[in-house]
Structures are given as C-alpha cells and as structure tokens.
Write a protein that binds this ligand. Structure first.
Ligand code: MEV
Length: 449
C-alpha cells in the first residue's frame, strides 16, 4: 500500500503538481498540461486565487451567467449566477420577465439577527450561576469592547446575552447564547471572536466568584461557535397577480393553472419526498447568486434546510394562496449574507457581481437572493404542472450531449435545428448525431475520450 506523504503542504506548487501527477496519472505530462491550462494568464490574479485556500493546484471553472429583468421592490436588477446546471439561468430569466410585467417581486426583511453559542457543561447550581451571569453581564460587553468597536461604529454589535438550561436534553449541558447584528458583513469571524472571549470571561467569572462554592465551580467549556441556523435573519419575497393574468406560456386556462400550481405547493408542504426536490429547485436559484456574490452557500443551504424542518417535518420553503381571484406566491428563508468582508473585495468576479447589483447592502442582497429562489421555484412549478420539465431541460441539455460527443459547430447547427420541432432525449440526440456524422454508433468517439 502507498505510504502517506509527509510535508505535502510545504512543497512548492510545482512540487505538489509533480508529486500528484506522478502518483495518480498514467500520463503525468498530460495531466500537468491540463492543470496549467486552467491557470489565470495574469500571474497576480492566479496568486490571489492560489491564496484563497491551501494546496491550490489550479482553478475549477463554473459558468457565470446573467438573468436580466428582475424587478425587486421597484428596482431593476440583472442577477449574476454562478452555476453549472443548464436551464437554471434561463428559468430565472423567464420568471423575471413574467413577473416584471405583473409588478415584480416585493420583499420584506423580517429580521437580521445572528446567533452563536458557548456550549458548556456545568455540575453546580444553575440558578446561582445565572444570577452571577446576569449581575456581571456588563463585564462580557466590556471584555469584547475592542472586538466590537468597529461593528458598533457601523451600527451593529452584541444584541443580547443569555444563559440557557439544556439539561433536559443532555445531562449538565448549558449554553451562553449570544445574539448579534453584523450589518453588511456575514459576521462569522466577528461572532466567533466574541464567543471565544465570552467563554474566557465566563470561566474567569466562575473561578473568581465568591458566591459559588468550590464544588459549584465545575464548569467546562466544550465549544464556542456561531450557529449557521439563523431563523432570525429572515427575508420574505412575494409575487402576486390576478388569476386571469396567469396566462403566458401555459396551455391550460389561468384558473386551472392557478389551482394546479397551488396544489403542487401544498404537496411540497406536506410530502418530504416532494419538498426535498421542490426546495432543491429553490436552492438552484439561491445558491447561484450566493456563489456569484462570494457568500458561503454551505451555510445558506444548512440554514434553509433546518428552517424547512422547523415544524419537525421537512416542508416547502415557498407557499401559495389563491383566493378571490388573486394568486399569491411567496418564499420565506433565512439568509445570512455579507456584501463587505470575506471574498467580497478580494475575488475580482465577486466584485464584478456586486457592482452589477449596484453594490447592494446585505439586506438588499437578502431580498435579491430570496427573489431568485422564488423565481426559480415559479419556473419549475409552471413547467411541472403544464408541459413537464424535460421539454425545456433537454433542449438546454442538448448542447452538453453534443459537446460530450465532440460535435463540430456545423453538426451542432443542424442538430439543434432538428430538435426545434422534435422531442429531445439522450438517445434521440445521439441517434441524430450519428445520422448527421454518417456513423453507426458513438462507441469509437467515447472510447477515444
Ligand atoms: C432541477 O434541478 C430542479 C427541479 O427538479 C425542481 C422541482 O422539481 O421543483 C426542476
């Protein structure tokens, strides 16, 4: 068996590439050429990317697309979307145009509070500890003054501190729960720095206390970390129109469409199998903009899915109501985002994306991204309750199939023309490709790859 490599991180970039390609590739030269072909032509820009993470060898491209015509709170945006899945950008753009003509997206920032915890074990008297904590709260604020100075100057900081008894769920387990306002930054570093100081202050307070006996001083901090579950950093986005205005693009009557659409949402509200796919479609729209704007999509995903499960069952993040001839469709999602700090000023394409959005505040970005999720869900459900998604999806996917088969531009043109009036499937695309190229099957092409 191969031995583990020691000191890999200390090798130069070239050294890492040499080691890797000689260990795992039949043709190290070829592998190296490929890796290097994805380097940025400008060494300074490449160095910037190299330094985002550790052991960087190259870059991994994801398409950067744009969905224009988003009217959100009466302002018009073109949304930057970084995503590899075909149809997502087209769906967003289609929904955006549809709702542009019907008043656009209207959003509400419900709240922007973020949260973090010092998780600790304590075997003493909690009432006494809590009394001590409440009496000395100012000390926690004073001890974090240097950390919070900038944030306070921007209008944010620590909002609340509280001890929580969690012993009914885990023996001896308590929390110091802290709430924060982090303004236009996502605030992870700020929150974690505060929490680390809170833990130290708490330990010192207990150790120094004359109120607690020696036995009552047994407090052990387990972790200090922000929570990515941010149900109090919440945004709502809504679209609404008269049922009779739900015309464009549907082959059924507006009333039937509204009814089927509402049922589709209700199904996702009660059926976790459907809710998972339904919400996945929403995340197509959310993640693409989250990534393009340099935000942490893993954090956003985690928060949204926990929020979708808050009733004890996983449910839809969107809701729909059709009453008195009015169609209402809305989303409510926790989105902890930043438009300053992190990658926002470092990554040139993130800067570009934020400029494209006219330098939004974090709250404005919450509204934009929630609307992107809603738009995506509207497009998916509109297709699902009418023609089905495969028609549109496979048309978009056709190019991927043809690129896989290394079709020439001339071949692509003929095949795309053919499928304007024919149903696309993988086998139909392959068959047409063979016909155009004049071959029996694609075995040889795929073998050579
Ligand atoms: C595909 O990425 C997303 C959809 O499956 C979402 C949905 O079914 O609602 C189309």
């Amino acid at each position: 068996m191969q031995k583990p490599i020691k000191g890999f991180s200390k090798l130069t970039k070239q050294g890492k590439i040499e080691w890797l390609t000689h260990q795992f590739f039949n043709s190290p030269e070829e592998a190296q050429t490929l890796l290097k072909s994805y380097w940025h032509q400008e060494p300074k820009t490449q160095k910037l990317h190299d330094e985002f993470i550790e052991n960087t060898l190259s870059n991994f491209f994801t398409p950067f697309g744009v969905a224009p015509n988003f009217k959100i709170d009466n302002k018009v945006y073109a949304l930057p979307m970084a995503i590899e899945e075909s149809s997502v950008v087209a769906a967003a753009a289609k929904s955006a145009s549809f709702w542009f003509a019907r008043g656009g997206f209207k959003t509400t920032i419900v709240s922007t509070t973020k949260i973090g915890h010092v998780h600790f074990m304590y075997t003493g008297n909690f009432d006494k500890l809590n009394q001590l904590f409440e009496a000395e709260k100012a000390r926690f604020l004073a001890d974090t003054e240097s950390i919070t100075a900038n944030m306070r100057a921007r209008g944010g900081g620590i909002l609340n501190l509280e001890l929580k008894d969690k012993t009914s769920e885990l023996a001896n387990y308590y929390q110091l729960e802290a709430k924060f306002e982090t303004c236009d930054s996502m605030g992870a570093n700020f929150i974690n720095s505060c929490l680390e100081q809170f833990a130290q202050t708490l330990e010192e307070l207990v150790a120094e206390s004359e109120m607690l006996s020696e036995e009552e001083k047994d407090l052990q901090v387990v972790m200090r970390i922000l929570s990515n579950y941010t149900p109090e950093c919440l945004v709502r986005s809504e679209v609404t129109c008269k049922v009779e205005e739900l015309t464009e693009g549907t082959e059924i009557s507006p009333a039937e469409f509204a009814h089927k659409f509402e049922q589709a949402v209700k199904i996702a509200e009660i059926e976790p199998y459907r809710a998972t796919t339904h919400n996945k479609g929403i995340m197509n729209g959310i993640d693409a903009v989250v990534i393009a704007t340099g935000n942490d999509f893993r954090a956003v995903e985690a928060a949204c899915h926990t929020y979708a499960s808050r009733s004890g069952q996983y449910r839809s993040l969107t809701h729909c109501e059709v009453t008195d001839g009015i169609f209402r469709f809305w989303i409510e999602v926790p989105l902890a985002l930043g438009t300053v700090g992190g990658l926002t000023s470092l990554h040139p394409m993130v800067r570009f994306a934020l400029d494209m959005l006219q330098k939004p505040s974090a709250e404005e970005l919450m509204s934009i991204i929630a609307s992107s999720g809603l738009a995506q869900n509207f497009a998916a459900l509109r297709a699902l309750v009418t023609t089905g998604i495969q028609k549109g999806h496979m048309k978009m996917h056709l190019l991927n199939i043809l690129n896989q088969l290394e079709a020439t531009e001339a071949e692509k043109k003929i095949i795309i023309e053919h499928f304007k009036d024919n149903v696309v499937s993988h086998s139909a695309a392959v068959q047409k490709f063979c016909e155009v190229r004049g071959i029996e099957n694609t075995q040889q092409i795929l073998k050579n790859r």
